[in-house]
Structure formats: structure tokens, C-alpha cells
Design a protein around this ligand. Structure first.
Ligand SMILES: Cc1cc2nc3c(=O)[nH]c(=O)nc-3n(C[C@H](O)[C@H](O)[C@H](O)COP(=O)(O)OP(=O)(O)OC[C@H]3O[C@@H](n4cnc5c(N)ncnc54)[C@H](O)[C@@H]3O)c2cc1C
Length: 474
């Protein structure tokens, strides 16, 4: 893989500055086994031993000591006395700990901490040798952890097992000259204890894909691609810090040491693993990710009218620039179907303009909506209709209101008019405006193509949104 050093080529989204030789793993007998290609972009989604990362010479930063984990799937026999097979559980004993995940058909998976790689013998190449481990060895360790309860199974009831070494590390860079990127395990590795690897890897791809698509479509400048590393690397670092604290600070040995270090070993208020997990649930569920200010995340776009609003005491689900737009139940006006806000935020590459347009009950409301439509039409004309979808979210509607009563500039089609109602046939508020921190008078929210809030403005502040969109759209 070779990347051009010609700046004009690198800056031109139409150019193909990467030369790559692909090796076909299973080429047909008379076809060449290698193929030379030129590419505009390369994304290394090639796992923890990433060839792309190594080829770019990107170092992994973090602890030098890696932890060894065993994982095993089996069916416990009914004679086992451990009572909690069907609950997610963390079990800590004096010298070891494990995590239990119930699986389908009565199976369970155990993740077992086996210590650090220093405890393993070395193979001929000097690498930690896990070959001495076996399902029987893992089950023996698990049995010791479960005591005084018993774990009984047969080796033929073991479906799968593995032992692997996990470094808690983050790549020094996630990108090379806005052209080559690494995502997923290629740029961060950590223990399986928080169950985060796949989630975070998919989110990396989600964050990057729409940005590359926008550049390729000619909608955004190359500089948009800088926001990938700027957003995802700090989050990866945060995740590794959580993982270190959660996997090590709450390991059996660390807890035993904490207890032993106190005078009588009693009265130590250690948070339990569940408590610890819940306290970091914002990270583990992904909803707590908060990207910092950038061209695509405006820090100054809080509507001025909100400052005074009692509705905007920012609750945990308030719309906030840099955070994912949270789900909240709403009702679609056209067919009175209940749905959540996420339904109108599919990952189709377009941003969403959520127009919280207030109530549509009286003639005054209609006049007010016409004013909003004029402003929205101006914005859409200037920025380009194909780049975003407009969705109207009303605070209240009258009994005979239909989606056609909403001016066309505040809805794209029949699916894009929603109302904050408690149920399909009720005019009571469903509490979405309040929960999302939207003042009753209304507000416009730009949701980026990856579902994160980019900017917010009052209904009379459309100019602000135009400035924001011009910051990352061509
Ligand atoms: C036992 C275990 C349990 C886990 N449990 C969870 C969990 O509960 N929740 C969770 O979120 N995560 C979990 N994870 C982590 C999760 O599996 C990984 O974080 C995730 O798979 C990373 O995805 P990825 O696409 O970045 O890398 P990978 O899944 O490793 O995919 C990389 C791919 O690239 C291919 N590849 C590599 N080099 C080349 C090359 N040179 N040419 C062509 N192809 C190449 C590989 O064959 C592989 O298919 C677990 C991991 C393990 C090991």
C-alpha cells in the first residue's frame, strides 16, 4: 500500500492517491493471485492485528502488560448447585473472577480472568503461550470461583472455548492524511468485561461512513474527515480508562487487596461490579458519548429562547449538541401510529432538520407555521434539498388536524409529521418536548446523518443554522 505525497492529489477528492496490491486468498487456478488497485480511500477494518495499522506504522499506546482471558460456552448439568445460571452475573473469588452470560437453549458463557500474560510460559518465538490451556483447565478455575456452589458439566457439553490476550490500548492515530483510516479493533482493544468491542467498532464505522460519503458526493470538504479521529479517539480513550477501572479495579485480586489493606478487613464500602457497571452505563450503552465542539458540532447553537425556559433544565434526555438524539415516543399524524423519534432518523446519509413547530390547533398557529415554512424554504434552497430531510414535530394538534395542514416546507412527506401525544387517540402531551428539553414555543434541531445532534436554534434563528451548515457543507 502506497499513499501519494502530492498535496494537490491528496486534496482532490476526485483523485486516487492510494496504490494497493490485493492478494486473493482463494484465487481460481488460472487467475492471478494478486490485483493492483488505485483507491480514493482505504478503511482498515482488519481487527486487532491490523495490517493497515502496521503498514502505516501507527503505534498502539497503553499498558505494556496484557491480560489473559478464557471464554467457554457449555450447558451446566441440573445437578449444579449454583443458583443463578439465567442471570448475567459477576462472581469474584479470592484469586480469580468470572463473568457469566446466559445463552440460548440453557447454555451459558463464562469469561474467566486468567491473570496477565507474564503468568504464561513463552512459546519458541517468545510470545505468551496459551496452548497449555484447555476447556478442562478453564472449568477447573471456574469451579474454584463458584465454591461453595458447584458447577457440573460434561466435556461433551462444551460447545466452544478460547483463550486470548487483551491489551488495553488505543492507536496513536486513527487516520493518515485524510485518506486511510482504521476503525474497530484495529484502533482500540480492551477486555471483554464491558461487552463493548463490537458496539464501539460499529460506531466507528457509522461515524466515518457518512463523512466519506459526503466528501465523495461533493457535499462536504475533505476537512470533514478530520472529525472522525477528533471524535472517536477521545471516546476510545475514555472507554479504555473505564475498562481498566472496571476490569482491574474490580477484579477479585484488587478487591481482596483493598479489603486486606484495611485494619480489620471490615466496613469497606466497595462498589459492587453491578453498581460500577451501572455508573458507567452511559458509556456502555453508548448514549453518554458527547462529542466536543467542531465544524459539525456547534457549541453556540443553543436557542436563545431556551435560556429562560423552565423546559430546558437539561434532563438526561435533553437534545444536546454532540450527543445522540435520544429515542422518545411520538405519534405520526397521518395514521396516528405510535413510533419513536429514532424511526425518523434512519442512517441514510442525510441529516435531519427536526422542526419542533409548537401547536397546530388555532388559526394563529397556522399563521405561525406559515412563517416558519418561509424561513425553512429559504434555508433548504440555499443548502440543497437532497442533503437533509425536514421533519415536523408538533406540540399539539386539533381533533381534525391532518398532516396536510402542516405547510409543505415543514415536512418532506406524509411520514414526516409527528405530534407529541400520550397515545394515538389522545390530545394529552406525551412529554416529548419536556423530556427533550424543547420549549413549547418550538425549536429547530439539526441531527447529523449518524444520529448525533449537530446544532439547535430557535424558530426565528434559522440564519444561525445556515451558518452552521455552511461550516461543513459545500
Ligand atoms: C470471546 C469474545 C467475546 C466478545 N464479546 C463481545 C460482546 O459481548 N460485545 C461486544 O460489543 N464485543 C464483544 N467482543 C469484541 C468484538 O468481537 C470485537 O470488538 C469486534 O469483532 C471488532 O470488530 P472489527 O470488525 O474491528 O474486527 P474483527 O471482528 O476482528 O474483524 C476483522 C476482520 O478482518 C479480517 N482481516 C484481518 N486482516 C486481514 C487482511 N490482511 N486481509 C483481509 N482480511 C483481513 C479478519 O479475518 C476479520 O474478519 C468479543 C470478543 C471476543 C474475542
Amino acid at each position: 500500500m502506497a499513499l501519494s505525497e502530492d498535496e494537490s492529489e491528496l486534496d482532490n477528492p476526485e483523485a486516487y492517491p492510494i496504490k494497493l496490491v490485493l492478494e486473493h486468498a482463494a484465487a481460481a487456478p488460472e487467475t492471478p493471485s494478486t490485483e493492483a488497485v488505485r483507491a480514493k480511500f482505504v478503511v482498515g477494518a482488519d481487527g486487532a492485528h491490523s495490517w493497515v495499522r502496521r503498514t502505516l506504522g501507527i503505534a498502539m499506546e497503553g499498558d505494556s502488560t496484557s491480560r489473559v482471558w478464557g471464554a467457554i460456552d457449555f450447558t451446566p448439568l441440573p445437578t449444579s448447585t449454583f443458583p443463578d445460571w439465567r442471570n448475567v452475573a459477576t462472581v469474584n473469588a479470592r484469586d480469580a473472577g468470572l463473568m457469566l452470560i446466559p445463552r440460548e437453549d440453557g447454555k451459558v458463557r463464562l469469561y474467566i480472568e486468567l491473570g496477565t500474560e507474564d503468568a504464561l510460559p513463552r512459546d519458541a518465538r517468545g510470545r505468551p503461550d496459551t496452548s497449555g490451556l484447555s476447556p478442562a483447565a478453564l472449568l477447573d478455575i471456574a469451579r474454584a470461583v463458584f465454591k461453595p456452589y458447584t458447577l457440573e458439566t460434561r466435556l461433551e457439553d462444551v460447545e466452544w472455548w478460547t483463550a486470548y490476550i487483551v491489551g488495553q490500548r488505543v492507536a496513536a492515530r486513527f487516520a493518515e492524511k485524510r485518506r486511510i483510516f482504521i476503525i474497530g479493533d484495529a484502533c482500540h482493544t480492551h477486555s471483554p468485561k464491558g461487552g463493548q468491542g463490537m458496539n464501539v467498532s460499529i460506531s466507528d464505522g457509522h461515524n466515518l461512513a457518512w463523512k466519506i460519503a459526503h466528501v465523495l458526493k461533493g457535499w462536504s470538504p475533505m476537512s470533514l474527515l478530520d472529525t472522525y479521529e477528533a471524535e472517536r479517539r477521545p471516546f476510545a480513550q475514555e472507554l479504555i480508562a473505564f475498562d481498566r477501572w472496571y476490569a482491574e479495579g474490580f477484579s477479585a485480586k484488587a478487591r481482596a487487596k483493598l479489603v486486606a489493606d484495611t485494619a480489620d478487613g471490615a466496613g469497606v464500602a466497595l462498589p459492587g461490579p453491578l453498581e460500577a457497571f451501572l455508573s458507567f452505563s452511559a458509556i456502555t450503552t453508548g448514549v453518554g458519548i458527547h462529542y466536543g465542539p467542531s465544524a459539525i458540532t456547534s457549541p453556540h447553537s443553543q436557542p436563545e429562547s431556551n435560556a429562560e425556559s423552565e423546559h430546558h433544565a437539561p434532563g438526561p434526555f435533553a437534545l444536546t449538541p454532540g450527543k445522540r438524539a435520544p429515542p422518545h415516543p411520538l405519534v405520526r399524524v397521518a395514521d396516528r401510529r405510535p413510533l419513536t423519534l429514532q424511526t425518523v432518523l434512519p442512517a441514510d446519509g442525510r441529516a435531519r432538520l427536526l422542526v419542533f413547530a409548537g401547536a397546530l390547533v388555532s388559526e394563529d398557529d397556522k399563521t405561525c407555521l406559515s412563517g416558519i415554512e418561509r424561513a425553512m424554504n429559504g434555508l433548504v434552497e440555499k443548502v440543497g434539498k437532497e442533503r437533509f430531510k425536514v421533519v415536523g414535530v408538533l406540540a399539539r394538534v386539533g381533533e381534525t388536524t391532518t398532516y396536510l395542514d402542516v405547510p409543505a416546507g415543514i415536512r418532506e412527506d406524509w411520514t414526516s409529521v409527528l405530534v407529541d401525544a400520550a397515545s394515538p387517540f389522545s390530545n394529552e402531551s406525551g412529554g416529548a418536548y419536556a423530556a427533550l428539553g424543547v420549549p413549547e414555543a418550538g425549536q429547530i434541531v439539526v441531527v447529523r446523518p449518524d444520529g448525533y445532534v449537530g446544532a439547535m436554534a430557535g424558530l426565528d434563528e434559522v440564519q444561525k443554522l445556515e451558518e452552521y451548515l455552511r461550516g461543513w457543507m459545500i
